[in-house]
Design a protein around this ligand. Structure first.
Ligand SMILES: [Zn+2]
Length: 139
């Protein structure tokens, strides 16, 4: 199965690589929400956040923090979003786990406009119970 991010890892697909170590690689997103929008991926292939191995996940998180600090220093954004999209309804388009690092600027016209929901009677506890049930199922 072909994977464009594996191709970038294997250097058969071009990318503007920013940083690379033993288990991670980071490069500029070719469709940036703001200039400097970067991606950090494990070199090993995992579909998404749900199945990425713990060691590789820790490495990706460390590289993400390292690169976010480099972007903060070099581009002086007002803020940075770190995002992972998991599943098509969450906006995942490349099925090789990655973090987005998106530099943000005042008035950059890129906004999440969440419509917050209200928990009605007992609903909050129902959801908490469902999730705690999910946690127990791993036990
Ligand atoms: Zn891949």
């Amino acid at each position: 199965m072909s994977c464009i991010f594996c191709d970038i890892v294997n250097k058969v697909e071009k990318a503007e690589i920013l940083f690379e170590d033993e288990s991670t690689i980071s490069f500029l997103d070719i469709r940036p929400l703001n200039f400097g929008h970067s991606l950090v991926i494990p070199k090993n292939h995992y579909e998404n956040f749900f199945d990425v191995g713990e060691k590789d996940l820790n490495a990706v998180i460390s590289s993400t923090q390292f690169l976010a600090n480099a972007i903060k220093k070099s581009l002086a954004p007002d803020g940075i979003n770190i995002i992972s999209n998991n599943g098509s309804s969450a906006g995942q388009t490349i099925y090789h786990f990655h973090f987005h690092i998106i530099p943000r600027f005042k008035n950059d016209h890129f906004t999440f406009r969440p419509q917050y929901k209200d928990y009605s009677n007992g609903l909050m506890q129902q959801f908490a119970d469902k999730i705690r049930g999910g946690i127990k199922s791993f036990g």
